[in-house]
Design a protein around this ligand. Sequence first.
Ligand SMILES: Cc1cc2nc3c(=O)[nH]c(=O)nc-3n(C[C@H](O)[C@H](O)[C@H](O)COP(=O)(O)OP(=O)(O)OC[C@H]3O[C@@H](n4cnc5c(N)ncnc54)[C@H](O)[C@@H]3O)c2cc1C
Length: 272
Amino acid sequence: MRVIVCIKQILKVGRVHLDDHNNLMRAGVPGMMNPADKQALELALTIKNQHPDTEIVALSMGPADFNQSLHQAMALGADRAVLLSSRAFGGADTLATAKTLVAGIQKLGGADLILFGSQAQDADTGQVGPLVATKLNLPQVTYMTDGTVDQERHLVAHRLVEQAQEEVTVALPAVGTVSAPDTADEYHYPSLHAIRVSMDTPVTVWDETDLKLAPQEVGLKGSPTVVKRVFSPKQVERKHVQLPAAPQQAVNSLLEQLPVGIDLMEGGTHNE
Ligand SMILES: Cc1cc2nc3c(=O)[nH]c(=O)nc-3n(C[C@H](O)[C@H](O)[C@H](O)COP(=O)(O)OP(=O)(O)OC[C@H]3O[C@@H](n4cnc5c(N)ncnc54)[C@H](O)[C@@H]3O)c2cc1C
């Protein structure tokens, strides 16, 4: 069985700057593996524990320094790593990112399970996993918290829904997007030996020629989405009014302050 884990390297929180075109400025800023992707890798490792014949491939699209997260993925237990990297891939929106990842997945010969983080902590659209599933015409389980693969090659997954957990079963091949836990305590840490071995293991690098993609299909040229403006929402000033303690006075005072005339004393009719 093969599990591909898609990993995005994000900039360390607090160091994020945008250029004039609202693209992230990465140069010189330390990166880290997106937390939800680490969780997706943890899930892949759990599946490998249950099915030792599993090969885990870490896959990323980005500049050369994304290698850092891919080596980390190998130190944590991924068997190999592939980086899709070229100047032509720069400035990709979610559609172009998904198209490039799909080409990488196909060049790898596909997979039984393709795992993503539910969201990347920087741009946070949550679109890439579902887009890849759609392009590959595969079933998908989103917002997974955990999962196993049973003997009939079904993914049995738990997913987070509002105030509840849902159990979903899908036949492989499938796509899953995995949510990051609230704390980092549940993560494994690689041993020093594993880190050293992973640093000596080369990452395979493919560009648009290897993936047989035309330059206009990928990166900025292949991206219909343009981020026009990024801004912090205006802070709304909140007011607080203290009402009198006596109930009748409190009601009278409240009615006086309501913006429209609501005559509750006369049977709750609305005077527009
Ligand atoms: C402030 C800002 C806002 C943006 N808003 C939009 C927008 O609204 N629409 C849009 O199309 N683009 C937007 N972008 C561009 C966006 O950053 C890229 O499209 C990015 O490649 C994927 O989007 P995401 O980070 O939201 O991924 P998400 O869909 O949130 O990521 C989900 C998962 O997909 C996988 N993944 C994502 N990117 C990669 C990668 N490069 N390599 C491997 N795996 C990956 C990871 O497993 C990740 O956890 C924005 C960029 C910025 C800086």
